[in-house]
Ligand binder design. Sequence first.
Ligand code: SF4
Length: 370
Amino acid sequence: MVFRILQPDTNSIWQNDEVLKRFPRYKGIIDGTQIARYIIAKTIDCDYNSSDTIENLEILQKEKSLEFKDILKKDIEEIKHRKFSSNSYIHLVETLANKYLEKCIFCERQCEVNRVDGQKGYCLISKDSYISSAFLHMGEEAPLVPSGTIFFQGCNFGCVFCQNYDISQSWKEKRELEDIAKKVDVKILSSIAEKLAERGALNINYVGGDPIPNIHTIIGSLNFQTTNITQLWNSNFYLTDKALSLIIDLMDFWLPDFKYGNNTCGKKYSGIENYFDFVSRNHKRVHDEGSGEIIIRHLVMPGHINCCSKPILDYVAKELSNAVVNIMGQYRPQYHSFNYPEINRKPTSQEMHEVKNYASRLGILYKPVS
Ligand code: SF4
């Protein structure tokens, strides 16, 4: 029996009916009345060869995704009695992920480098994954604490204000990954996740840097994980549609950033194209086709209320009715933001009020997690 130590607000958060209504499966997994999606995926048999073409594997993956959704509708007792397959839906998406790795399209940078052969794209991560730390995080949003958080080294973004620049950006200029992080394969990652679960984590929280360059390792680790625990994707969400298809059925909970309310600011401060188009597409997809249990993190940036905060909140109100938003006020000038005078300060309390008042007027749920 594992006894969980919860923070007071973590206990009381579930007395909030609206939070309970938005996250029923997540709460059910904590209570043992629901089964984590990745465990259900292990019971789906897939008939394929690893030599099959990407196109054929993608067709099969779409079919199996529909089968997965049908099983989700079944009674919990029926699901509990399903047997694990030796060639399951998780094996299928792991195979597909490793094929994508040969011409990497995990994120919308679409570098198309062969990471299996040791080539590196923008993120500078080859086929191997590295983690900088893994621990029970007590500082995440109240429903998530304690969170079994695994920090991957490296990131596909180049945010000039990066608040995690030591593990995301700055090592690229001077260090080898091997010197600063621990290399993990699928079995090692799985054992780290299992240990976090044993120590009372309510979820396994894949973050970084960003987990996107490590999708293949994370999926592979699910073949070895066995605990009925929520799998949580904590990311900048700049995945390709194909990469999101690999994990959309396996993740129970989504913790995506929503930074910019337009493409121009994304280009200027993170060096990426079409930010709003791609990221809003992915939010919409996990809301409508995935678990739909989402806490969106919006970091309020100074002077970016009208161009970023308000358009994001408008989008959430219109398209993501089940999402809860963490309106974050902890922006600080960091890393290279000193070179951008307009964001070289904290947001003012007046700016924070303006954003929160706007969210309230739109009926967005943010107070329990902000
Ligand atoms: S994860 Fe993104 S940045 Fe990294 S190699 Fe693949 S496409 Fe490029």
